[in-house]
Ligand binder design. Structure first.
Ligand code: FAD
Ligand code: SF4
Ligand code: SF4
Length: 933
C-alpha cells in the first residue's frame, strides 16, 4: 500500500523515496525475508524523525528504523515507513578522550567509530564481523556481540545510556532506572511481578539476545537501557547512545589448536575457556579445504594448519607479552592433558601451532573471515540458509548439541556449514536448503522446530547473536514459556499501544515459513532472458547470479579496498552494489513489473556504476556488477537506442585512426563536444600522431586505442625498455584496421560490435602465441579484457589463453634482474581498478621496488573516478571528481614534489592531471627514464 509521499516530503528536510525500485532496495536485509516498505525516509536531522513519527501516528502506518540493514533474522524488513539513519545521522555528538566518554548518533558505523578512537588508545569492543557497515543503532537494537564477547560481553554490557523517542512522541532517557519516570517504574513493577518466572525461564548463557531484557530490571541496579537494547526497533527509536569504551588491546597472541574430530574440538572449548582467552573461534575442515584451494591463502593455511585436522580452535590471548606467553604454553599443556599431542602414538593426533607474530595472526584471522564468505557463496539452487544459525548452549553441552543437530539435518536430507564462537557456546550453522520449493520451506520449519526443542532441552538460547526478527520470534514460547511471552507482549503494549514501532518482531510474529514474506513469494517468476555473457556457471543464469547477493552489506564499507566507489560518494543505497543487485533480482523475477530490466529506473540504478569490477573481487558473493551493467546496457540500447555521444564513445577505436590523421581539426573540435553531452569543465584528451611500431618481433605489443592515439609515448617507451632487455619488439596486428579489445562497444551496450573486435584480436593473438611470440599490453582495462570478458564472450578463447596476454609489469617482472635506477627515485603507484580486481596491481609496485635505488608504495585508493568516459560525461563529471577526492587526489597532492606518481591506466593519468594537478606516468615511461639495463 502506498503512502502520501508528497505530504511526508512537505514535512521533512530529508529525502523521501517511494518508487517501486526504492521500495525494492529496502525490502530485504541479510535474511531470507522480503517485505516492501511503504516508503523510505532519509532523515537529514532528528526533527525529520519526529515529523515521521507524527506522520505515522496520523496516517496509521508503522515505522522501521534501519542502519546497515545487515540483520539476518528479518527484523529490518517490514510493511512500514523505513527510516535510514546511515546517510546523515551518523555523527559523534560528544567525545572526551581523557575520560573515554562518547555519545554517538545511531547511524555511525562501528569501523568509523574505532578509527576515530584508535589514536587515543580506546576502542569499542563489540567487534561484530560486520564492523565495516554495522551501525551503533542497529547493533544496540540487536544486542550484537563480537568474537571477543567472552571478555567484553554484548551490547547491553557496553552502552551506558540511550536517548530515544517513544511511540507517543516523548523523548526518554534509558539508563539506570529513574524512580520519577512512570515508564521505568511500570517496567520495574512488571519485572518484580514476574521475578520467579524470569529466574526460572531465562536461559543462563551469556549469548541470549532473544525476547525483551526484562531481567535487567531485577536486582539492585535495574537498568532501562538494557531493556531497550535488543528490542529490534519495536519499543522506541534511538536518537543517541552513550557508549562505554575500552582500552585498545595491544599485545595479542594466538594458539591454533588442532583436533582429529569436530566433536573433540567442541568438547575442548569448555576447558580452554578456563585459561581466560579473549576469543575461541572454530574453523572446520571445510574452511581449511577451501582455504587451501585458494592460491592467495594456501601458503598461510599451510603455515598454520598441520596435517589434516577435522577442526581447529583459534584461541586468542590479549594480556601482557609475558602473560600471553605463559597462557600459550598452558594451552599446549592443556591440549596434551586432553590427549592431543603431536607425534605421540599413545595420544590422539593434535596439538597447538603458536602464532605470536602479529602479521601471522592477522593472516590467520583473514583466512577465517574470507573462508566464511566462501562457504556462504555456494552456487547452487540450494543455499546455506540462516535460521538455526544462532543457537547457544552451555559450554559443557556444546559437543553433544552439535552431534544431535547434525542428526536432525541428516534426518531431513541436508547438511550444514559450521563455524562457531566456541568460547560462548554459540554455533553458526546453516543447513543447505532450496527455499524456492515448498519442500524447502517445509524442511526449514521442521528443522527449526526440532533444533529449537533441542536448544530448550539443553537450556540454551535460540537467539544467541543475530536476534529474533521474523525467523525466531514465533518460537519464544518454547524457550521462555507462555507466561513470559505474554509478559513480553505487555512490555510492547506499555511502550507502543498502537503498534507503530516495527510490529511483528519479538511479539505477535508471523509464521517464519510464510512464503509471502520471503524473497520467493507466490508471484516469483524468474525470467529466461537471452544474455550477452555466458552465465551458465550460476543455476538460473543471470537471475541466479543476481540472486547471489545475500545483502550482507560488505559493499557499504568505506575505507579499505575499492568497492563501491559510487556509494562512497553518494551514500545512497541506489548507488551501492547491493542496491543494484536487489533491483536486478526483482526485475529478473518479475517483481518490478513488465520491462523493468530496460526501464529508465534501471538505467538510473546503473548510471553511477563505473564498472570498476571491485565487487567481483571484494564482494563475498563475487557479484560482478560490471558485467551485469553490460547486460542492462545492451538490453536498454536494443530497446531505446543509443545517444549520439555514446555512439561516438563506442566507435572511438574506429574513428580515432581518421581523427589522428586530422589531429589539428579533431582537437579543435573538442571545444564543441559539450553539444553532444560531454562536460564543459573537462577538456577531452588530444589526439596525437598514432604509434606505429615495427611489424614484427619476439615480443608483440598490443597497442590499445588509448595509448596508440592519445599517449603513443607510452608504447614507444615500452618498446625501448623491452628492447633494452634484449628482445626485438613489434606490434600485434592483422590485415586491415588496428586491433582493439572492444571495451568501448561493450560499455556502450553494443556487445555484438565488441565481440567482432574481440574475435579479430583473439585470432591475431592466437596466431602470435602459436608462433611462440610474447604479447604484452599497456592499458590495464584493455589487456585484462582478454582474461575476463573475452573468455566469456569468445567461444574458443580460454582463461589459459587470456593468462598468456601479459601486462607490461608482468613481462618486466619476468625479466627485471638487471634493472638498476639511474638515481634514487621515490614512486607512488595508483593501481587501475581492473588491475586490483584481477590481482595484478601489486606487480607494478614490486617491479619498481625490485629496482636498486627505487622505492615504491601503493596509494590506498578506490577508483580514480574517470572510468573511461564517465568523467567526461556532463551528467557524471561531478561524481567522477568526488570519487577522485575520496582518497587518490588528496594522496597525490600530499606527495613530495620529487615523488613520481605512476598510473598504468590512461584515464587514471587524465584524472590525476585534471583533479590533483599533477602529471602521472605509466610504468613504461618511468622505466624508460629511470633505469639502466
Ligand atoms: C555476514 C554477517 C556477519 C554477521 N556477524 C555478526 C556478528 O559477528 N555479531 C553480531 O552480533 N551480529 C552479526 N551479524 C548481524 C548484524 O550484522 C548485526 O546485528 C549488526 O549489528 C546490525 O547492524 P545494522 O546497522 O546492519 O542494523 P540493521 O540490520 O539495519 O538493524 C538492526 C535492528 O536495529 C533496529 N534499528 C536500527 N536503527 C535503530 C534506531 N535508531 N533505533 C531503534 N532501532 C534501530 C532495526 O529496526 C533492526 O531491528 C552479521 C550479519 C552478517 C550478514
Ligand atoms: S553486493 Fe556483495 S557485498 Fe554487497 S550486499 Fe550483496 S553480496 Fe554483500
Ligand atoms: S563495478 Fe564498481 S561501481 Fe559498479 S557496483 Fe561494482 S564496485 Fe560499485
Amino acid at each position: 500500500m502506498a503512502i502520501d509521499a508528497e505530504k511526508l516530503k512537505s514535512l521533512v528536510e530529508g529525502e523521501v523515496l517511494s518508487s517501486s525500485f526504492d521500495q525494492g532496495r529496502y525490502a530485504t536485509d541479510a535474511s531470507i525475508y522480503q517485505i516492501r516498505p511503504r516508503a523510505v525516509l532519509i532523515p537529514k536531522t532528528w526533527t525529520d524523525v519526529e515529523a515521521a513519527l507524527d506522520f505515522a501516528n496520523s496516517e496509521g502506518i508503522s515505522l522501521l528504523p534501519r542502519g546497515g540493514g545487515t540483520s539476518q533474522s528479518g527484523q529490518t524488513v517490514g510493511d512500514a515507513l523505513v527510516i535510514d539513519f546511515t546517510k546523515h545521522l551518523n555523527k559523534v555528538e560528544h567525545y572526551d578522550a581523557k575520560k573515554g566518554c562518547i555519545t554517538v548518533q545511531p547511524g555511525l558505523v562501528l569501523d568509523d567509530l574505532n578509527r576515530r578512537l584508535k589514536t587515543d588508545g580506546w576502542w569499542y569492543p563489540v567487534d561484530v564481523s560486520t564492523a565495516s557497515r554495522a551501525t551503533l543503532g542497529g547493533m544496540a537494537a540487536n544486542n550484537s556481540c563480537g568474537s571477543r564477547s567472552i571478555r567484553y560481553g554484548k551490547m547491553q554490557d557496553n552502552v551506558e545510556a540511550l536517548e530515544a523517542i517513544l511511540a507517543n512522541g516523548e523523548m526518554h532517557r534509558f539508563a539506570a532506572l529513574r524512580p520519577d519516570a512512570a515508564l521505568d517504574t511500570d517496567m520495574r513493577a512488571l519485572a518484580l511481578r514476574e521475578e520467579v518466572e524470569i529466574r526460572a525461564r531465562f536461559p543462563k548463557v551469556l549469548r541470549r539476545v532473544g525476547g525483551y531484557n526484562i531481567d535487567a530490571l531485577l536486582g539492585d541496579a535495574p537498568n532501562m537501557g538494557q531493556l531497550l537494547i535488543g528490542s529490534e526497533g519495536t519499543l522506541a527509536i534511538t536518537k543517541s547512545l552513550d557508549l562505554k569504551l575500552s582500552p585498545t588491546l595491544t599485545t595479542k597472541t594466538l594458539g591454533v589448536c588442532h583436533f582429529p574430530t569436530f566433536h573433540a574440538a567442541m568438547d575442548a572449548a569448555q576447558h580452554i575457556v578456563k585459561l581466560n582467552p579473549v576469543a575461541v573461534e572454530l574453523v572446520d575442515h571445510n574452511m581449511i579445504r577451501l582455504g587451501r584451494g585458494i592460491p592467495q591463502f594456501k601458503p598461510i593455511v599451510d603455515r598454520f594448519v598441520k596435517g589434516e585436522p577435522a577442526a581447529l580452535l583459534l584461541v586468542e590471548f590479549a594480556e601482557t607479552n609475558a602473560e600471553n606467553r605463559r597462557r600459550l604454553s598452558a594451552l599446549g599443556d592443556l591440549m596434551a592433558e586432553l590427549g592431543f599431542r603431536w607425534g605421540d602414538p599413545g595420544k590422539r593426533e593434535g596439538g597447538v601451532v603458536e602464532a605470536e607474530d602479529p602479521s601471522f595472526q592477522a593472516e590467520i584471522w583473514g583466512v577465517r573471515t574470507q573462508g566464511l564468505n566462501i562457504m556462504m557463496s555456494m552456487r547452487s539452487e540450494g543455499k546455506p540458509v540462516s535460521f538455526v544459525e544462532d543457537c547457544a548452549v552451555p559450554l559443557e553441552h556444546l559437543a553433544d548439541f552439535t552431534t544431535k543437530l547434525t542428526e536432525v539435518f541428516r534426518k531431513h536430507g541436508t547438511d550444514g556449514t559450521w563455524y562457531a564462537h566456541a568460547s560462548v557456546g554459540l554455533l553458526h550453522v546453516r543447513p543447505v536448503l532450496n527455499l524456492r520449493q515448498d519442500m524447502g520451506l517445509r524442511k526449514m520449519r521442521a528443522i527449526a522446530e526440532e533444533a529449537f526443542d533441542l536448544v530448550a532441552a539443553f537450556k540454551g538460547s535460540h537467539s544467541g547473536e543475530h536476534g529474533d526478527g521474523i525467523v525466531r520470534s514465533e518460537f519464544h514460547e518454547r524457550m521462555y514459556g507462555v507466561r513470559m511471552v505474554r509478559t513480553f507482549a505487555e512490555v510492547k503494549d506499555r511502550f507502543d499501544p498502537g503498534g507503530v514501532m516495527n510490529p511483528g518482531k519479538i511479539v505477535r510474529a508471523p509464521k517464519m515459513d510464510e512464503r509471502s514474506l520471503t524473497r520467493w513469494p507466490e508471484n516469483y517468476d524468474p525470467q529466461n532472458r537471452s544474455t550477452v555473457f555466458d552465465w551458465s556457471d550460476w543455476p538460473g543464469g543471470l537471475t541466479g547470479a543476481a540472486e547471489m547477493c545475500n545483502n550482507n552489506g560488505a559493499c557499504r564499507k568505506s575505507t579499505t579496498g575499492v568497492m563501491c566507489p559510487s556509494f562512497r560518494v553518494t551514500g545512497d543505497e541506489k548507488d551501492l552494489t547491493r542496491g543494484r543487485a536487489n533491483v536486478l533480482r526483482l526485475a529478473l523475477t518479475g517483481q518490478l513489473g513488465k520491462d523493468a530490466f530496460t526501464s529508465d529506473q534501471m538505467a538510473e540504478a546503473m548510471e553511477l556504476c563505473v564498472g570498476c569490477k571491485a565487487c567481483k573481487s571484494e564482494c563475498p558473493m563475487s557479484i560482478d556488477m560490471a558485467k551485469m551493467k553490460a547486460e542492462v546496457q545492451a538490453a536498454r540500447v536494443a530497446s531505446v537506442g543509443l545517444k549520439l555521444r555514446d555512439r561516438i564513445i563506442a566507435s572511438l577505436p574506429r574513428m580515432a585512426s581518421a581523427a589522428t590523421k586530422l589531429a589539428p581539426l579533431a582537437n579543435a573540435s573538442r571545444g564543441l563536444a559539450h553539444f553532444v553531452g560531454f562536460s564543459t569543465s573537462r577538456k577531452l584528451p588530444a589526439f596525437k600522431r598514432a604509434f606505429a611500431g615495427k611489424p614484427d618481433g619476439e615480443v608483440l605489443l598490443f597497442a590499445d586505442t588509448f595509448n596508440r592515439y592519445f599517449d603513443p609515448e607510452t608504447l614507444a617507451a615500452a618498446q625501448r625498455v623491452i628492447e633494452r632487455a634484449g628482445f626485438s619488439v613489434g606490434v600485434l596486428s592483422i590485415k586491415g584496421r588496428p586491433l582493439c579489445c572492444g571495451r568501448t562497444y561493450l560499455s556502450a551496450g553494443l556487445p555484438d560490435k565488441a565481440k567482432a573486435e574481440l574475435e579479430r584480436t583473439t585470432i591475431a593473438m592466437r596466431d602470435a602465441l602459436d608462433a611462440g611470440k610474447v604479447i604484452v599490453g599497456l592499458e590495464p582495462s584493455c589487456t585484462l579484457m582478454f582474461r575476463d570478458e573475452a573468455v566469456n564472450l569468445i567461444s574458443d578463447w580460454t582463461a589459459d589463453d587470456g593468462a598468456q596476454i601479459l601486462t607490461f609489469a608482468e613481462f618486466i617482472a619476468q625479466h627485471s634482474d638487471h634493472l638498476t635506477a639511474r638515481s634514487e627515485t621515490k614512486v607512488m603507484v595508483h593501481g587501475h581498478c581492473h588491475q586490483k580486481a584481477m590481482g595484478v596491481a601489486q606487480t607494478t609496485v614490486d617491479v619498481i621496488s625490485g629496482i636498486e635505488g627505487a622505492k615504491a608504495q601503493m596509494i590506498e585508493s578506490s577508483c580514480c573516478g574517470m572510468a573511461g568516459p564517465f568523467g567526461y560525461q556532463a551528467e557524471t563529471e561531478e561524481v567522477s571528481r568526488q570519487m577522485a577526492e575520496l582518497s587518490l587526489a588528496p594522496a597525490v597532492r600530499a606527495a613530495l614534489p620529487d615523488t613520481v606518481v605512476v598510473a598504468d591506466g590512461f584515464s587514471c593519468r587524465c584524472q590525476i592531471a585534471d583533479v590533483a594537478g599533477r602529471e602521472a606516468m605509466s610504468l613504461a615511461k618511468l622505466l624508460d627514464r629511470m633505469t639502466c639495463l
